[in-house]
Design a protein around this ligand. Structure first.
Ligand code: AGP
Length: 590
């Protein structure tokens, strides 16, 4: 995680651009922030604990053309000023910002200590400026010293480095994302495009094992191992600035929940040919696996039911972080489909490498075009949800569910029927998301916002949505929520139920409805406050949240009131729904 940003060029407001760039990267981590900038023949720096939101970067320096910055999600070392980035060598001539983890940092730190280096932080990152300093004893070429140091690192990383007496900005990556923004008056290098999209839409992508060095007038790409020069195409990216802004909403989370009035239809608006390509790949494969993390993983779990019920096809889901152990039976006829909003999740990229090492085909369903997962896939379907900034994923999930259900219908030879159902569902969602509905859920939140435990049950595709509901409520309200398959309750979890324990029951109008309602009766018998999310009311429900009857697309509509409820619970409990504690939007470390 973490967001990194750098600028070198003719403009003299580099520190202001660095701070503004970090603000738009804050969804990647907000434990602390820091900037270093070149001031004559020395480096100045500013580091602070907490969010960068209210900082005015122009106060740092009014005349600076080279700056790097960082917003942190702590992995190694607590949230302190000493552990904030940039990290320096002892005489502060070298500054480095880093996204990722140097897995061999202890070994390198011991080697450097033996050479007399002293360390002031608990971070893995601090080894980098010290190691570069060591290699500067062999060469006075700063970029070369950085390359030699990068050849020693193991793990996934992206770094930016500057030197007090060198008018260059150097960057390198293996695993974590880095994108170059090409402007007429300089170069931007950042973890993601929002950091510089106000300045340029012309980008160049840095691939794994590559580095760049720029003096502000030109930029050179080289391979870290061989030193060979690489040539990169300039690509114009299309970003709708308005979509990336929260408009009149207080928070991105609510803005993105309301975006579903259009985003589900956008996800469905795929060319038949593109959908059929994925469906045919599944048909022809000998074993199809789905892998993803967190919320995207819940979309994949629901897809196991979509393929079973709609296309009578068995597919296997595995959390991407667990996928590595599958290598034993993967083969070149196997198919891996990965799902990711950001397209940068480290565990998913690793699962792709495992599948590729076995010669298997890798398809992906992503939201961020040009992301590492998008570019590393044999084939990609985009969900067209638009930028998703709130850490809690909402519109990306319903987009992923819509595309996966569409593929299931295509595999059953009923693509147009699937499109019709999903477009009808999209318009039902459009009607459902109105102020009266939001107010209803806010009232429900009032009734349970003092509770510290909450349970959700579901059956069939509502079971993964019960688990997704738990993630949403956990990550923004910090209530201990858990999702279960309704039938599993009586095998243990029901022991947790006491008088007034809120229990949400996700239901549809199908052959499994009687089962989940009888599970709700068992909860009621133990004194639970039963909250039904279903097309029809039932006497078992103490509270009923009405949702449209959407048959195989029920998962899409049932999760939306839960997203709103989680948001309302967060607000009523005084939490920030956009930047919850201990989390970040894009998880670029394993
Ligand atoms: C969801 O609200 C969380 N932010 C998290 O579980 C997320 O879904 C997970 O990290 C996967 O991210 P991705 O879709 O960008 O790969």
């Amino acid at each position: 995680m973490c967001g990194i940003f750098g600028y070198i060029g003719k403009r003299t407001d580099a520190t202001k651009m660095a701070v503004d760039g970090l603000k738009s990267l804050e969804y990647r981590g907000y434990d602390s922030w820091g900037v270093a900038w070149k001031n004559g023949d020395h480096l100045d720096t500013k580091k602070e604990i907490g969010k960068i939101s209210g900082v005015d970067g122009s106060l740092l320096s009014s005349n600076c053309s080279l700056a790097i910055g960082h917003t942190r999600w702590a992995t190694h070392g607590g949230v302190t000023i000493a552990n904030a980035h940039p990290q320096f060598n002892a005489d502060k001539t070298i500054a480095v910002v880093h996204n990722g983890i140097f897995e061999n940092y202890q070994e390198l730190r011991d080697e450097l200590k033996a050479k007399g280096h002293t360390f002031v932080s608990d971070t893995d990152t601090e080894i980098a400026p010290h190691l570069i300093e060591e290699y500067l004893k062999q060469t006075d070429d700063f970029a070369h010293a950085v390359r030699l140091a990068c050849q020693r690192f193991t793990g996934r990383y992206a770094i930016l480095a500057v030197h007090a007496t060198s008018d260059t900005l150097v960057a390198a990556r293996t695993g974590s994302p880095l994108i170059i923004g090409v402007a007429k008056d300089g170069y931007f290098i950042a973890s993601d495009t929002p950091a510089f999209m106000h300045h340029t839409r012309t980008v160049q992508y840095l691939d794994d094992g590559e580095m760049v060095v720029s003096n502000g007038n030109s930029i050179i790409f080289t391979d870290i191992e061989t030193g060979e020069e690489r040539h990169k195409r300039e690509i114009e990216i299309t970003i709708n600035l308005e979509q990336a802004d929260k408009g009149n909403f207080a928070h991105f989370m609510m803005k993105e929940i309301m975006d579903q009035k259009e985003s589900v239809a956008r996800a469905v608006n795929q060319s038949d040919e593109e959908i059929m390509t994925v469906a045919n790949a599944i048909r022809d494969a000998q074993g199809t696996f789905l892998a993803a993390c967190g919320t995207a993983g819940k979309a994949c779990m629901a897809a196991e039911y979509f393929f079973s019920v709609v296309s009578e096809k068995h597919v296997n889901f595995a959390p991407a972080s667990e996928f590595k152990v599958y290598h034993h039976f993967l083969k070149k006829e196997s198919l891996l489909i990965v799902v990711s909003q950001s397209g940068e999740t480290a565990d998913v990229l690793e699962a792709m490498q495992v599948a590729k090492s076995k010669g298997a085909k890798v398809l992906s369903i992503v939201n961020v075009e040009g992301s590492s997962i998008d570019r590393a896939s044999d084939y990609t379907l985009h969900i067209n949800a638009g930028p998703e900034r709130a850490v809690a994923s909402t519109k990306a999930l319903t987009g992923q569910l819509a595309v996966l259900l569409l593929v299931a219908y295509a595999l059953a030879g009923k693509l147009q029927e699937g499109k019709k159902l999903l477009l009808e569902t999209a318009s039902m969602i459009n009607d459902m998301l109105n102020p009266r509905y939001i107010e209803r859920l806010s009232q429900l939140a009032e009734r349970i916002n003092h509770k510290e435990d909450l349970y959700i049950i579901g059956k069939s595709w509502n079971y993964p949505m019960a688990m997704e509901s738990a993630i949403k409520i956990q990550e923004v309200s910090y209530i201990h929520a858990e999702g279960f398959a309704g039938g599993e309750l009586k095998h243990g979890p029901i022991a947790l139920i006491e008088e007034g324990t809120p229990c949400i029951v996700l239901a549809g109008n199908d052959e499994v409805t009687p089962d989940i309602l009888s599970n709700a009766v068992q909860l009621k018998a133990r004194g639970a406050l039963v909250i039904g999310v279903a097309p029809e009311n039932n006497e078992i429900f103490d509270e009923w949240i009405k949702v449209p009857d959407a048959f195989a697309a029920q998962a899409l509509v049932n999760i939306i009131p839960i997203q709103v409820l989680a948001y309302e619970l967060a607000i009523q409990r005084g939490k920030d729904p956009d930047m919850p504690r201990n989390l970040a939007k894009s998880v670029t470390v394993k």
